[in-house]
Design a binder for this molecule. Structure first.
Ligand code: 3HC
Length: 693
């Protein structure tokens, strides 16, 4: 065996040159891999004793894409196009043998090979869109030629993967092999011995011609993705590249792809999304844990409360094959909860996301009970009852009396003091917060709340478990509202204040929607119900919300709130009476109304969040700024192409944020705007949140 670079080896086995890539953990297409591939393939091609070339990867996966850390840095190693040209233009068959995930530049490399084989568990995809990019290694031109234009668009816009069966059926791979190396070698020898042609995907025209027959294809596709891709730049660029694939020559298509890729990779959206990719992975890491820390096995979970939240939480565990016992106080509530879970699963099955067998298997792992003590031997309990401290304390006191030793006791509180909840038990080290977001089976975020006494093992187990159940976890310390709701509250304060000074609720909502949020605070209030926490018997019309609820405008559920809602389409429209009501309040509190620019509305909403985020860091309630961003992107709809509030603050300059906070402070005469000490410090040192390590 010859080491070509420290990441690529070459050896000849039975007249097949085996080019092995070894760049853990995911065999990213780093400079050393590119150079190694180029040198090895060129050398093998020139070697008369070699009849075929097999590209294979060591470790857990085939090449999982370009090395994301290399973007934005000066180019090193052999350029990608040169590597691809060497593979595609080789004079003898080049075959890739795929296992794990062939993603991005990895799949694009494989698409330059003349043949591809894979093990049955392999997956294939072009997920560049998730990084604010398009497949820049020929993927936009080659994939449509193999899987068809429509399917390639779906794959590249969603970033989703396809499995080996699909890949075989559409010709993305040529054979499924049992053993990666032996199967790959046997296939390579067969191709060489039979003198099969050197198939170049770039020359395939069938699927392109088929697409030309449908003049509406792109318009229809654009319409179908408009809502999901709103605000993102990369999807439209991808569609344009594929349009080129259909209407132009391969080389012109590649040229267009290259130009658009360069535009995206140097843009702000991709920088934000690449930052976010690493932020999410970093958030799962707990600093200073002992290396040999043993995790607590979690095979059974007890859930207290079968309401919307409890049911949704249960689904996460059931989906991961973990048994759940769900507890309610009344049979009717229990039946209702189970029916909702079952209906959710059936809906997923009807949409083809899971099979009816899956539904049965998952429901079979769900045991309902009215007796809380039935969960006594569970490894983890998640309490998901009404947000009331006395009730939570009562439940944790009971849990402490009968739960087995070593069980993790989690509360799904969204804002209450976890330390106080833990204090009623004799085992506060086993208590932790699991703040799920509604709908809990859909929303990705798990805000993990670390109590003052929560043990390392409980925390580390929770982080590992979050991955298993498909959640993105970030840790918060104990403070009112934790990371997410604490910052949201600051935005809410300003949104409410602003409507008495000039903008109407829809003006505020529109600005936040245009920024990229799915909705603004007033639309969100209408959606959640304005009467949450409102008491009719005590309501004295002192706030706009009181007045709206008193008029039975309680939000979407009553067809009206801040907005009116169309009974058929649920489309919202502003209500003149609400406008009058707000103006009346302005007058009552003596606020002169004035014009606000969109920029000012945005700053009034976002800058208090940034300031609060800084305070959260200052107090040690978050390990790192990027964890805050993870909470906001996954739990509150912050547009990922803006990275998160802390990344956004850096991108506009922390000095600018601080200057504006001070202006608002002067204008308002309110300490609310006092810049956090951390912001002061960072600005003085000429640093940003990114410099906090
Ligand atoms: N570049 C650099 N580092 C990468 C990487 C990449 N493409 N992919 C993963 N990593 C790193 C992660 O940051 C992580 O590092 P850490 O251990 O220090 O935190 C480590 O590899 C393991 O990654 P995961 O924790 O995500 O491991 P999983 O097993 O859960 O998932 C994976 C593996 C499915 C490969 C997942 O990492 C993934 O989706 N990676 C990104 C794939 C991708 O986006 N490819 C396209 C890149 S862009 C491109 O190819 C452009 C081209 O078209 C020109």
């Amino acid at each position: 065996m010859t080491a070509i670079t420290d990441m690529v080896d070459l050896e000849t086995r039975d007249a097949v040159a085996v080019v092995s890539v070894d760049n853990p953990p995911v065999n990213a297409l780093s400079a050393g891999v590119r150079t190694g591939l180029y040198e090895a393939v060129t050398r093998a091609d020139a070697d008369d004793a070699v009849k075929a070339v097999l590209i294979i990867c060591k470790g857990r996966t085939f090449i999982a894409g370009a090395d994301i850390r290399e973007f934005g840095k000066p180019p090193k190693g052999t350029p990608g196009p040169k590597v691809q040209a060497a593979i595609e233009g080789a004079s003898k068959p080049v075959i890739s043998a795929i296992h794990g995930t062939a993603l991005g530049g990895g799949l694009e490399t494989a698409l330059c090979c003349h043949y591809r084989v894979a093990v049955s568990s392999a997956q294939f995809g072009l997920p560049e869109v998730k990084l604010g990019l398009l497949p820049g290694g020929g993927g936009t031109q080659r994939l449509p030629r193999v899987v068809g234009v429509q399917k390639s668009l779906e794959m590249m816009i969603s970033g989703d993967r396809v499995d080996a069966d699909f890949a075989l059926a559409c010709g993305l791979i040529d054979e499924i092999v049992d053993d990666l190396m032996e199967g790959g070698l046997a296939f390579a020898k067969k191709v060489a011995d039979e003198g099969r042609p050197l198939v170049k995907v770039r020359d395939a025209t069938g699927k392109i011609e088929e697409a030309r027959k449908d003049p509406e294809l792109f318009a229809t596709f654009r319409k179908s993705i408009a809502r999901k891709t709103r605000g993102f730049e990369a999807p439209e660029d991808i569609v344009q590249c594929v349009e080129d694939a259909v209407s132009k020559s391969f080389d012109e298509g590649i040229q267009g792809e290259r130009e658009r890729f360069v535009g995206l990779v140097s843009g702000q959206q991709s920088a934000a999304q690449r930052y976010y990719f690493f932020a999410e992975r970093q958030a799962n890491k707990i600093p200073n844990l002992p290396k040999d820390l043993a995790l607590i096995p979690v095979n059974t979970v007890g859930i207290i409360g079968a309401g919307t939240m409890g049911g949704g939480i249960a689904m996460n565990f059931l989906n991961a094959g973990i048994s759940v016992i769900i507890v309610e106080t009344a049979q009717e509530a229990l039946d209702r909860g189970l029916a909702v879970v079952s209906k959710n699963y059936e809906r997923s099955a009807s949409r083809g996301r899971i099979t009816m067998d899956d539904v049965e298997q998952r429901m079979a792992k769900l045991t309902p009970t009215l007796n809380m003590e039935d969960i006594s031997s569970c490894d983890l309990v998640v309490e998901a009852v009404f947000e009331n401290m006395d009730l939570k304390k009562e439940i944790f006191t009971r849990l402490d009396s009968f739960m087995k030793e070593g069980a993790i006791l989690a509360s799904n509180t969204s804002a209450l003091n976890l330390n106080e909840i833990a204090s009623v038990t004799k085992r506060p080290e086993m208590v932790i917060g699991h703040h799920y977001f509604s709908p809990a089976n859909v929303m990705k975020l798990l805000e993990v709340v670390r109590g003052d006494k929560t043990s390392d093992a409980v925390l580390a187990t929770t982080m590992a478990l979050s991955k298993k159940i498909g959640k993105v976890a970030a840790v918060s310390g104990v403070c009112p509202g934790f990371i997410g709701n604490r910052m949201l509250a600051q935005r809410g304060v300003q949104a409410q204040k602003m409507i008495f000074e000039g903008p109407m609720p829809w003006d505020v909502d529109d600005v936040l929607y245009d920024f990229g949020f799915p909705m603004g605070p007033f639309a969100m209030g209408d959606l959640a119900g304005l009467d949450i926490g409102w008491d009719k018997s005590k309501s004295r019309g002192e706030t706009v919300r009181d007045r709206l609820c008193e008029m039975d405008r309680r939000g979407q559920k009553t067809g009206a709130g801040y907005y009116n809602y169309d009974s058929q389409t649920r489309a919202k429209s502003p209500e003149p009476m609400v406008e009058e009501l707000i103006k009346e309040f302005s007058e009552k509190i003596g606020k002169a109304r004035r014009e606000f620019s969109k920029e000012e509305i945005l700053q009034r909403c976002i800058y208090p969040m940034i300031n609060e985020g800084a305070k959260i860091l200052e107090e040690g309630m978050s390990y790192r700024p990027s964890d805050i961003d993870v909470v906001w992107v996954n739990g509150y709809g912050w547009p990922v192409y803006r990275g998160g509030p802390m990344f956004y603050a850096d991108s506009i300059g922390l000095d600018n944020v601080m200057a504006r906070l001070k202006e608002f402070q002067k204008q308002d005469g309110d300490d609310f705007w006092e810049p956090a000490a951390l912001i002061n410090k960072l600005v003085t040192e000429g640093k940003g949140f990114k410099d906090i390590t």
